[in-house]
Design a protein around this ligand. Structure first.
Ligand code: NI
Length: 378
């Protein structure tokens, strides 16, 4: 185990030194392929520029998928790690270097145990998680059509290293974007009566949108609506012709997501109309809410306990995660891995404790093995 841990830490440090942002994971893709090839693991033909799809096992059903994301962030690293990012302005600030390494470890373990596997494990090294691209791109290849269950994990700087966080049902939100342009009629700052000023309409809209969550969504549902940017005009004595805002709404179910979008549109159009303005509303769906299958959250919790890994009940989060797309039509479970208490995900001082890599790899491998057995016996 010590040798295995050492190997994984070396790989991890290399990935951390060479972060690549979404859709540019060429070096990472190459390194993943090299490691898998060295283990004699079958790599499937993936019609995407970056990312790797591999498989271990009999090639026959049942089929379980394990997924890791590979991309870094456009963040300037501020840690003093000996393996600090060597690329200015880019950093593995979300631990995807850890995820990729842990999945490589799981791949190696599963390869060693290939003869005992009761089916096939598909290994997804996914590009572009941060821009909500990779999961849909992977699914779009059709190469996952036979997968029955999906498992993935994410580092967590709020959990002690070596502890897992698991929870059933909705655990992460749909991080959707909205933008509103309010159109009025510009003119002289001294003559508002000859204009249709969009600025007070914008101010009212920002406040009215806060009532969407507090007055229209059930208090038993989690929902966040943040207006994060507002802009109008460019000088002091001119009433601008337009004003615009943008922000994000996060919900934990498909129904509330539909309702949220509808209420943003309705509120924007009505408030603008009350001021004699019109509103153009944009709404962009990012990944859907991440909803863990309760029976599989229970299964992974039981497995972790059997392995002697401490488990806590994960706090849900309003952050998004495109692993959710895999669970749209299939069961599965997304687990949080404690990697030591420290600065938040995406923070320039974010770090993970790599000493839990081999344990995480073992947990992933066992999850796949045990689920194949369970499906075979079902
Ligand atoms: Ni992430």
């Amino acid at each position: 185990m010590q040798e295995f841990q050492k190997t994984l830490e070396e790989i991890f440090r290399d990935f951390h030194r060479h972060p690549e942002t979404a859709k540019e994971e060429y070096r990472t893709t190459q390194k993943v392929r090299e490691f898998l090839e060295k283990q004699g693991i079958q790599i499937l033909d993936l019609p995407l520029p970056t990312g790797v799809l591999a498989q271990v096992g009999s090639g026959e059903g049942p089929v379980i998928a394990l997924r890791a994301d590979m991309d870094a962030l456009p963040v300037q690293e501020q840690t003093d790690l000996p393996y600090v990012s060597e690329t200015p302005g880019k950093m593995h600030a979300c631990g995807h270097d850890f995820h990729t390494t842990a999945l490589l470890g799981a791949a190696a373990l599963l390869k060693e145990r290939e003869a005992e596997l009761k089916g096939t494990v598909r290994l997804i090294f996914q590009p572009g998680e941060e821009i909500n691209y990779g999961a849909l791109a992977m699914l779009g290849t059709g190469l996952l059509d036979d997968v029955q269950e999906y498992y993935g994990l994410h580092t967590d700087p709020n959990i002690e290293a070596g502890t897992l966080g698991i929870r059933e049902n909705a655990i992460m939100a749909s991080p959707d974007w909205f933008g509103v342009t309010i159109e009025g009629k510009g003119g002289h700052g001294a003559q508002p009566h000859n204009c249709i000023d969009p600025v007070p309409a914008m101010a009212s809209l920002i406040l009215a949108l806060q009532q969407v969550v507090s007055r229209r969504i059930s208090p038993f549902s989690a929902c966040v609506l943040s207006v994060t940017r507002a802009s109008a005009g460019n000088t002091w004595n001119v009433i601008p012709g337009t004003a615009e805002i943008e922000g994000t709404i996060r919900t934990m179910s498909d129904e509330e997501r539909d309702l949220g979008e509808q209420l943003i549109r309705q509120t924007a159009e009505s408030v603008a109309a009350a001021y004699g303005c019109t509103a153009k509303v944009g709404y962009k769906r990012q990944s859907r809410p991440l909803i863990n299958t309760p029976a599989l959250a229970a299964f992974t919790t039981g497995l972790a306990e059997e392995m002697g890994i401490p488990v806590i009940r994960q706090e849900p989060s309003m952050i998004g995660e495109d692993f959710a797309e895999y669970l749209k039509d299939h069961p599965g479970c997304f687990v949080r891995v404690g990697t030591g208490i420290g600065p938040a995900l995406h923070h320039p001082k974010f770090t993970v404790d790599p000493s839990v890599l081999s344990g995480t790899a073992e947990f992933l491998a066992r999850t796949a093995q045990k689920r194949l057995e369970a499906l075979r016996n079902a």
